[in-house]
Unconditional design. Structure first.
Length: 312
């Protein structure tokens, strides 16, 4: 078993749900001598310091990364390239630089050209979250028993990848390594397409003239409530995700539309056998998810902290 990775200084660019959860978990596990973060507004910087989970809050990204031996960009994927260009000349030799975005090929393309050869670039995607955002939304248990996918570009130093793997393992995550392109294809079907469907269904409900908003809220069944929770996710982040991973999302969306057309025909024709066969197959997938431990008492979005703590 690898030893927990310890860093002298961790710099977190952005302090929302993911950045705040990393800070809390790293502090709880004693993984850094110092944790520094950035926040855009003076009000947010003041709030972050009040929370007491970092050592310093600074105004600029350049100030945050100076002397850091681990830098993690906790910002929307569309901002990663410009930030990489901004901090590149101020990175300590030997630094590991990473991110938390749910799209990887575009992040590699946007960030890698700016980074110095002395830096070790290991992109990462912790597959965990809630619909909440802001400095108060994070919690140390967020990553427990969740996957974190590392996508180091070809030629990345293996020791740097292993050190980041050990870091995420210490935060409670299970770690997998794959190529950026394969990551984007997998996440297109397991995360990005479900979010797109959720946004669409909630939007459709909002546009139905014969169903009032109060009725939608009052009579929401469990399935629709889950969709509204997912559809409450950060708009900026998901706008960037769909634009950055559009090829894989469009490929999965095409397959989904074909399957949806098959179900539409089955319903129109009264083909109960086709519907039963489809629902039986999808139920087996659900059971497989439960059996592999990828389910919890509550959904991944909005999981109560106390339930996570009990599982750990």
């Amino acid at each position: 078993m690898s030893r927990p990775a310890h860093f002298d200084r961790i710099a977190l660019i952005g302090f929302g749900l993911i950045g705040g959860s990393i800070a809390r978990a790293a502090r709880q596990q004693g993984l850094a001598k110092e944790i520094v973060t950035t926040a855009r507004s003076a009000k947010t910087r003041e709030r972050v310091m009040e929370l007491g989970v970092v050592d310093r809050v600074v105004e600029t990204n350049v100030e945050a990364v100076q002397g850091a031996d681990l830098v993690i960009l906790c910002i929307p994927v569309g901002a990663c390239g410009p930030v990489a260009a901004e901090i590149a000349d101020h990175l300590k030799p030997g630094v590991i630089i990473s991110d938390v975005g749910s799209v990887k090929a575009s992040v590699v393309k946007d960030m890698a050209p700016h980074l110095p050869v002395s830096a070790h670039f290991v992109p990462a995607h912790p597959v965990a979250g809630t619909e909440n955002s802001g400095p108060d939304s994070g919690f140390a248990e967020l990553f427990i028993n969740r996957w974190c996918i590392l996508t180091p570009p070809e030629g990345t130093d293996a020791k740097a990848t292993e050190k980041l793997r050990a870091f995420w393992t210490a935060l409670g995550a299970k770690v997998e390594v794959m190529t950026p392109e394969h990551h984007d294809l997998v996440l297109a079907i397991t995360s990005h397409l479900p979010h797109l469907i959720a946004y669409t269904i909630v939007g459709t409900a909002d546009e139905l003239a014969q169903v009032t908003s109060s009725e939608v809220i009052k009579f929401s069944a469990g399935g629709f409530r889950d969709f509204t929770r997912i559809a409450a996710s950060d708009p900026t982040m998901w706008r960037d995700v769909f634009l950055a991973n559009k090829d894989a999302v469009l490929e999965m969306l095409g397959t989904f539309n074909e399957d949806l057309s098959k179900l539409t025909r089955a319903i129109r024709r009264g083909d109960g056998e086709a519907l039963f066969e489809h629902f039986t197959r999808t139920r087996a997938i659900r059971r497989g998810i439960v059996e592999t431990g990828q389910d919890s008492a509550a959904a991944d979005f909005g999981r109560p902290h106390e339930q996570l703590a009990k599982k750990s």
